[in-house]
Design a protein around this ligand. Structure first.
Ligand SMILES: Nc1nc2c(ncn2[C@@H]2O[C@H](COP(=O)(O)OP(=O)(O)O)[C@@H](O)[C@H]2O)c(=O)[nH]1
Ligand SMILES: [Mg+2]
Length: 437
């Protein structure tokens, strides 16, 4: 698909920085480059760099990509210059004067997709890569970007296409091919459906790895909730005192726990109170716990879990871990304590962190992928369409009635990789990208 305008944007982060990269992409990329960089050759060799001085007096290198070579798949040039605000601004201005226009967020990736350099999942993988803050996020992003997910979805689509072809052949050439073997078709449908289910089953982990695991730290006042938050953050984030009821609002921080992105929420200590502010804090703590992926119920290890603790811990709807804190002061009921830590000596903290990785259960397989919410929605649609096809098979209706449902499944799967995605959907996917990506 040809594009008639040439776009430009910095593809590196905010200035000032040592170096910035400005990308120009589109049919006039080389002409624009010549205006901004006098030494740009009349016949640039692809994948070569050229050193020289830019029109703004800064110096650096320029990479030239002919159509089919660069990220976007169209003619492109990348300027590597000093990352000062002035240098980037004046170079951009020069490119705009030369006829380029500023790229919209995600527009380079959108062109890469429309030029067939990436499927839609891979483009999302690029965005996942840019957003990756932890090891596990990077692993997932790498897998999605490399096309593992896109290939699996394409294979599913291929299977559905094969079933459609079988049905159509039976309908069109029933004399030669014979009637549709409904039993075999039913088995095939179940197999495809099971493969869709396997992908759908990764949606939960996919959400957690992309958005972060929300952990609510709850417990009675003085259990050491704020101390545990600070210890895990390696920072004095929340106020710690020996006066019960210090934390009256909640404190929320993102933290990398063994490669898993987490959001820790320190909450007000749970107790009956007449203080209206503290009361609101307690109510809020309960709401936060019910909204979390995991609840850590903290209690004083040297005192042990009281009946009141047990009742409180059982009142939450989300999975609850009993975490005994202050083990440096002693540990009662050691046998019943799966998680025992000290926020002061850091005893047991490493085990708690690895338990989080175990809870999220990311497989060790390098090719492991997990779907995002958009993929899951399409997979659900495909699954429902296949279920509809199965129901149709059981009815005394003509064979080609099944085709309609199969086509629906085929289209839903194609939305994941982008083949059947509407322009509107494509816009929506790329709108969430950052400028320069
Ligand atoms: N010895 C010891 N004291 C702790 C530990 N964690 C917290 N504390 C102390 O317990 C008191 C209450 O801690 P804080 O974090 O404010 O508890 P919160 O009310 O649950 O947030 C403070 O005096 C802390 O220094 C621990 O692991 N060991
Ligand atoms: Mg506190």
């Amino acid at each position: 698909m040809p594009f008639f305008d040439t776009i430009v944007a910095p593809i590196t982060g905010t200035e000032p920085a040592a170096v910035a990269i400005v990308r120009v992409s589109g049919p006039d990329a080389f002409e624009v480059a010549r205006c901004a960089f006098a030494a740009f050759p009349s016949h640039p060799e692809p994948n070569r760099f050229h050193y020289g001085t830019f029109a703004n007096g800064d110096d650096g290198i320029v990479l030239a990509f002919d159509a089919g070579h660069g990220y976007t798949g169209e003619r492109a040039v990348e300027f590597c210059l000093h990352g000062s605000r002035a240098s980037v601004r004046t170079l951009l201005a020069r490119c705009l004067e030369a006829g380029a226009r500023l790229a919209r967020p995600g527009e380079f990736s959108q062109r890469a997709f429309l030029n067939g350099r990436l499927d839609l999942t891979q483009a999302e993988g690029v965005q996942d890569t840019v957003n990756a803050a932890t090891d596990v996020q990077l692993r997932l992003a790498n897998a999605v970007r490399s096309g593992v997910l896109g290939k699996e979805v394409a294979a599913l689509r291929e299977s559905v296409a094969h079933l459609m072809a079988t049905v159509e052949a039976s309908v069109d050439f029933s004399e030669e091919v014979g009637e549709v073997d409904r039993e075999t078709l039913g088995v095939d449908l179940r197999n495809v459906s099971a493969r869709i289910d396997r992908l759908l089953a990764t949606a939960g982990v996919g959400r957690i790895v992309r958005a972060g695991l929300r952990i609510a730290i709850v417990g009675r006042p003085n259990a050491g909730k704020s101390s545990l938050l600070n210890t895990l953050l390696d920072a004095d984030r929340a106020i710690v005192t020996d006066i019960p009821g210090t934390t009256r609002d909640y404190v929320e921080e993102r933290v990398d726990l063994g490669g898993v992105p987490c959001t820790l929420v320190d909450t007000a200590g749970l107790r009956a109170t007449h203080d209206p502010i503290e009361y609101q804090g307690v109510e809020r703590a309960k709401a936060i716990a019910d909204d979390a992926d995991l609840v850590w119920y903290l209690y004083d290890a040297s005192v042990g879990l009281t009946d009141e603790d047990r009742t409180l811990a059982e009142s939450f709807v989300r999975p609850v871990w009993l975490v005994a804190n202050k083990v440096d002061l002693g540990l009662r009921d050691a046998a019943e304590t799966p998680h025992a830590v000290s926020s002061v000596t850091r005893n047991g903290i490493a085990d708690l962190v690895s338990a989080v990785a175990g809870f999220v259960a990311v497989p060790a397989d390098e090719r492991w992928v997990a779907v995002n919410a958009r993929h899951a929605k399409c997979l659900d649609e495909a699954k429902n369409a296949l279920a509809e096809a199965t129901r149709t098979l059981a009815k005394p209706v003509p064979d080609d009635m099944v085709t309609v449902s199969l086509q629906r499944a085929y289209a839903a799967l194609g939305e994941i990789t982008g083949e059947t995605a509407s322009p509107d959907l494509i816009e929506r996917v790329f709108r969430d990208f950052c400028v320069g990506k």
